[in-house]
Design a protein around this ligand. Structure first.
Ligand SMILES: [Mn+2]
Length: 322
C-alpha cells in the first residue's frame, strides 16, 4: 500500500512538487485540463503519454485518471441515442490510456453531480459539506435529465457498458475503478442510484469476469451507506478478490440518513481497523484522501492545507501498521 495525492484537474508543476514534499510516491488526476482538446471526444495517446512523462519527471507515479468528462459518458449512462458512438469513443480512450502505460481509469454511474445540500462549520470552524435528504434542495429536486431513469434503466446501461468496455480495458492493461454513488440512496433528480449498496457492487462484479473490473473504494461513501462495519464488509469481500483498484480514504459523521463530512480521524469510522483490513486482504495499491474540509487559509479549491494534514495522517497510519 502507498499514499498518493489526489490533485486538481489544473495541476501544475507546483502541485507535483507539493505531492513530493508530502512524501507521496504518486498522484491521481481527475479529468486533467492538459488533456483538453476543443471538440475532442477522446483522449489522444500522445497527450496521455505526455502527461504521464510529466508526472514521472517529478519522481512520481501516475496512479490513475479519476474520470472522463461527463459529456463523454452521460450518453452511455443514460442510454441516449448516441450511446453506441460514445462507447466507441470511450473504447478508444481506454486503449490510449493503456498504450500510455497509465494503469487505472475511474468512473461512476451517477449522471448527477456529487450532491450535497450545503456546507456548515465543522471542527474549529473548518467548512465541511453536509447532506440532508429532507432538505428542500434534496427532497424537491427537479428532474435533472428530463425524465425519470429507473434502476432497471441504469442496470441496462451499465451492463451494456461493462460488456463493451471491460474486455477492451483488459486487453489494454487498464483497470476500471467504479466509484459509489455519492450520496447513496434510491435516486437523485429522478435518476436511480444503483451503486449505493454492497449488493449493487456484487451484482456488477458478476457481469463480466475480468481482472480489469474493480472498485474505486471510497470509505466515505461506504460509511455513508452503513458505517465502519459496512466499510469493513466491502473491503473484506472485494479486497480479498483483488477487486479494489485504489482507495479514497474519507469519513463522515452520519445520523438518520443525514451526514456531514469531517477530517480523517475525527469521525466515527475506526480508521485503524479500516487500514488494517486493507492490509489483511492484501491490497497493494494507492490510497488518497478525498474531499478535504476547508481550513483557515485554504483558498485554493482543493484545500491543500487540509489535504496535507490528511495525507500525513494516512502516512502515519500506514507506518504504524507496517
Ligand atoms: Mn470518493
Amino acid at each position: 500500500m502507498r499514499i498518493a495525492l489526489g490533485l486538481p484537474g489544473d495541476a501544475t508543476d507546483d502541485h507535483l512538487r507539493y505531492a513530493r514534499q508530502l512524501g507521496c510516491e504518486g498522484v491521481v488526476l481527475p479529468t486533467p485540463r492538459r488533456l483538453d482538446r476543443p471538440g475532442a471526444t477522446t483522449w489522444a495517446h500522445e497527450d496521455l503519454a505526455e502527461i504521464k512523462a510529466w508526472v514521472e519527471g517529478h519522481g512520481l507515479r501516475l496512479e490513475a485518471l479519476q474520470r472522463t468528462p461527463n459529456a463523454w459518458i452521460d450518453p452511455i449512462r443514460l442510454n441516449l441515442p448516441d450511446a453506441e458512438r460514445a462507447l466507441e469513443d470511450l473504447a478508444t480512450t481506454v486503449r490510449n490510456v493503456g498504450r500510455a502505460g497509465i494503469p487505472a481509469l475511474a468512473y461512476n454511474w451517477r449522471p448527477n453531480q456529487l450532491y450535497r445540500t450545503g456546507t456548515k462549520p465543522g471542527r474549529g470552524g473548518a467548512e465541511v459539506t453536509h447532506f440532508d435528504p429532507a432538505h428542500p434542495k434534496a427532497a424537491e429536486l427537479p428532474l435533472s435529465h428530463g425524465r425519470a431513469y429507473t434502476a432497471d434503466d441504469l442496470w441496462a446501461s451499465y451492463e451494456r457498458f461493462a460488456r463493451a468496455i471491460v474486455p477492451v480495458a483488459e486487453e489494454a492493461g487498464v483497470r476500471l475503478a467504479l466509484h459509489p454513488d455519492d450520496p447513496p440512496g434510491p435516486s437523485v433528480g429522478g435518476v436511480a442510484r444503483i451503486f449505493s449498496s454492497f449488493e449493487g457492487f456484487e451484482r456488477a462484479s458478476r457481469i463480466v469476469d475480468s481482472p480489469a473490473w474493480g472498485l474505486l473504494f471510497c470509505t466515505g461513501c461506504w460509511a455513508e451507506m452503513g458505517g465502519t462495519e459496512y466499510v469493513l464488509r466491502g473491503i473484506r469481500h472485494f479486497g480479498a478478490r483483488g477487486q479494489i483498484v485504489y482507495v479514497h480514504f474519507r469519513d463522515v459523521i452520519a445520523e438518520g440518513g443525514c451526514f456531514e463530512e469531517c477530517f480523517i480521524g475525527e469521525g466515527p469510522m475506526d480508521v485503524v481497523e479500516v487500514m488494517r483490513a486493507l492490509k489483511e486482504v492484501g491490497f497493494d495499491g494507492a490510497i488518497i484522501d478525498d474531499h478535504a474540509p476547508k481550513m483557515v487559509g485554504d483558498e485554493e479549491g482543493w484545500h491543500p492545507r487540509a489535504r496535507a494534514y490528511q495525507t500525513g495522517y494516512l502516512a502515519g497510519l500506514l507506518r504504524a501498521l507496517a
